[in-house]
Design a protein around this ligand. Structure first.
Ligand code: DGL
Length: 283
């Protein structure tokens, strides 16, 4: 058996890399739905359908656990799939497979609180407001998942999302650093204009953006902490395996990279991030 990692494209590699470091013996299958990327400008039902198809593909590859390493899929589709589709699929197949996301671990890291925690004393005077900026796809921003879930847990954190409509596509298609830097600077400036100042901390709420985290660091005031989603996801998965030792995630250290798009070597931006050319097989 194996751990499946799913994204619309190459962004989920940022999460995959941390999972592999944390669980080196486990077998991993990465699936990029590049035929349909980017997801961030699509409608909700489409994102649900595409995500379900990706998860089924990974279950068919023998994955018992699939991590949606995509904020857009996790924000829009995860709950729907867990509530309305997965239970029936488990009954039909007799398998106990599961799908996990990356937003819950990120919110836990951003709030410093376990997911189960909800703020009890509302309306208390807040001495100092911690402003958290979230850069994401339009679909993730429209879901308001970060705003809603963080507000339930922390009265002293205010979330401002900045949708970046074209950025994942540009990264996916291997745009150059100078071109990407301009777009990142523009979004950082827009967010600043909306808040009235720079955020105190930021979440790169689209896994593609982690590939160009250095450009965000350069555009934000020096030292602005970035909540590290891949790290938070690896930590959460380690805790999940402690609670669910029954999951067999393989022991051969297998690594497969599949794409619904054009197989072959991924773009230069990905090679730089990965440290070597990375070749995907046809899914
Ligand atoms: N990497 C994805 C995310 O975290 C998807 C980007 C896209 O396909 O638009 O949202």
């Amino acid at each position: 058996m194996a751990i499946g990692v799913f994204d619309s494209g190459v962004g989920g590699l940022t999460v995959h890399r941390h999972l592999v470091e944390r669980f080196p013996q486990a077998d991993f299958v990465y699936l990029a739905d590049q035929a349909n990327a980017p997801y961030g400008g699509r409608g909700g039902e489409e994102i649900v359908d595409l995500t379900r198809a990706g998860v089924i593909r990974l279950f068919d590859e023998g994955c018992d656990l699939v991590v949606l390493a995509c904020n857009t899929a996790a924000a829009v589709a995860l709950r729907r799939l867990q509530q309305t589709w997965l239970p029936g699929w488990r009954r039909e197949t007799g398998r106990k497979a599961n799908v996990l996301g990356i937003i819950v671990p990120t919110i836990e890291a951003a709030t410093g609180l376990p997911w189960e925690h909800e703020a009890e004393r509302r309306g208390e005077k807040v001495e100092k407001l911690d402003i958290l900026g979230v850069f994401s796809t339009p679909a993730t921003a429209a879901s308001r998942v970060y705003e809603i879930e963080i507000d339930k847990r922390r009265q002293d954190v205010a979330v401002f999302s900045e949708p970046c409509p074209d950025l994942a596509r540009m990264i996916e298609q291997g745009a150059g650093a100078a071109e990407l830097a301009k777009v990142v600077e523009d979004h950082v400036a827009r967010l600043k204009a909306r808040i009235g100042r720079h955020p105190d901390r930021a979440i790169l709420g689209c896994t593609h953006y982690e590939i160009i985290a250095d450009l965000f660091r350069a555009a934000l005031p020096p030292g602005t902490p970035l909540i590290h989603q891949p790290q938070a996801t690896a930590d959460a998965l380690a805790r999940y395996f402690e609670r669910h030792p029954e999951f067999d995630v393989g022991s051969d250290g297998g690594r497969r990279f599949l794409t619904t798009g054009t197989p072959g070597v991924q773009n230069a931006q990905v090679t730089t991030f990965w440290g070597a050319p990375l070749t995907f097989e046809a899914a």
